[in-house]
Design a protein around this ligand. Sequence first.
Ligand SMILES: [Zn+2]
Length: 322
Amino acid sequence: MVPMSVTTRFAPSPTGYLHLGHAFSAFNARERARNVGGRFLLRLEDIDPTRCRPEFAEAIKDDLAWLGLDWDAEVRVQSEHLAEYRAVLDCLAGQGLIYPCFCTRSDVMRELSASAAAPHAPDGAPLYPGTCRRISAGERADRLGAGERYALRLDMAAALRPGLCYEEAGEGRVACQPEAFGDVVLSRKDAPASYHLCVTHDDAVQAVTLVTRGEDLRPSTDLHRLIQALMDWPVPAYAHHKLIVDSEGNRLAKRNRSVSLRDMRQRGISPAEVIDRLRAEAPPAHPNGARGGAFRLSSSSSARDAIGDGGSGDGYSNSPHS
Ligand SMILES: [Zn+2]
């Protein structure tokens, strides 16, 4: 293999304050690049206008600077690149691989409840039953003409490519099963593009060679690998890391007693103490998350609604919904 320079990134959604888990993700990405003379990039995944706020974007940069986790190059802000995501959707449409879906969530649930099994995609979304893929061209044209709102879904059966795989750090080649996602949403009714589309596009545009992110996002990699194949984008290597847990073994998320960096800072914890703790968590690759010795997180200082959780970002512990 030809040696190449390593580029990693940290890509949170500005939907809340960074917590220790995000710091671990950023630290890990930065170490993996800087230790070999590579580049570490910062990207703000603010594609979802209903959840993202500018003050959280500023807070992310501020908290990373406080920790000394500086980044190379300009911060990429997804909301400034909507035309690029549109162009990707157009390209997939040109290949006949996406179709408009007019269904509401309750439409999908009703359809699913009529069938015996209601399978779910790896990201937890109900597997779409294909209702709008089967409507006639005439009905589709009528509904589009009437201005009915729609999402855009990937026609998975048409899009599937055989033999896709990627390189996972420390493991080697991993085979992909993107079909587990079914006809996944690539453009939402309420957001111009989905997490899956934007993250894959941006990793290509930013020439990221090693995608580092939490284990919880690992199943999505199969789908991202398919999008790379459909768009003929370069394929980065991946290094999915364990998730940081609290003193009770719960992973940091908005439903747990998460502690924000902001809160730690206000309580007088120094950046060096935080970095020491992050360093102690390395090596990052660990199969089942917790490995004991969890950071002492005070239960009285919860940072609710932690960033990324359930959101569209790629920073940490999120469950990208479409
Ligand atoms: Zn539909």
